[in-house]
Design a protein around this ligand. Structure first.
Ligand code: 5GP
Length: 190
């Protein structure tokens, strides 16, 4: 996705250790025009599927997911990183966070995910795949059907893609990064 590539080169900041900061346009301050274009690209890539719900994880996945939901006129469910006191029936799992270096519980209400659902998962980054696999676990518990996963940015030098493909999950990444270093961003040929 050329528009996204240009924006990453213009406003993204890369650091040694393989971290890309995109907080001026994706996950802190957000650019809704870019987010709309991102959503349209996801919709096009998943256009062969019969989806009835979008699933994501708070917080950074919510913006792209809701834009996809708006374009497809479908509900969007976000997996929570803390269980609200008022949530009765729910599925829970654990996720290790790459950026925060800690493990946290994630959950989703059984009211909003069940065996009648055909879902795609949308998130901002695919790194080691921990968040995605945690959500896959919740989807499996609920009996819903996972049709694919879409990521704005995939860090292809980490193991996420392989781990998801091992689970037979279809992966669509709008941008794939080959490497990230101090002030160096190298894209995979696509
Ligand atoms: P994973 O669970 O695939 O290891 O990591 C994905 C999650 O970690 C994403 O939801 C994202 O929030 C965060 N993350 C991973 N790598 C990066 C990165 O380079 N930059 C930013 N901003 N977030 C990242």
């Amino acid at each position: 996705m050329e528009l996204l590539k240009e924006r990453i080169l213009k406003d993204g900041k890369s650091f040694d250790g393989g971290i890309l900061k995109v907080d001026s346009f994706i996950n802190h301050q957000m650019d809704p025009v870019l987010m709309k274009a991102i959503a349209s690209e996801f919709v096009q890539r998943f256009s062969d599927l019969n989806i009835n719900k979008i699933i994501t994880i708070e917080a950074s996945g919510i913006a792209p997911a809701i834009m996809v939901g708006l374009e497809l006129n479908l509900p969007v469910v976000f997996v929570k990183k803390a269980k609200p006191k008022t949530m009765a029936g729910f599925y829970a799992s654990q996720v290790y966070s790459f950026t925060k270096d800690r493990t946290y519980d994630v959950c989703v209400s059984s009211q909003f995910l069940n065996e009648n659902d055909n879902v795609i998962f949308i998130d901002d980054f695919l790194a080691n795949g921990n968040a995605a696999l945690g959500v896959e676990n919740l989807i499996k518990q609920s009996g819903a059907n996972l049709l694919g996963m879409g990521f704005i940015i995939e860090k292809s030098f980490q193991e996420g893609r392989d781990r998801l493909l091992n689970e037979n999950i279809r992966v669509e990444s709008l941008i794939r990064l080959k490497s990230l270093g101090d002030n160096s961003i190298i894209f995979e040929e696509q």
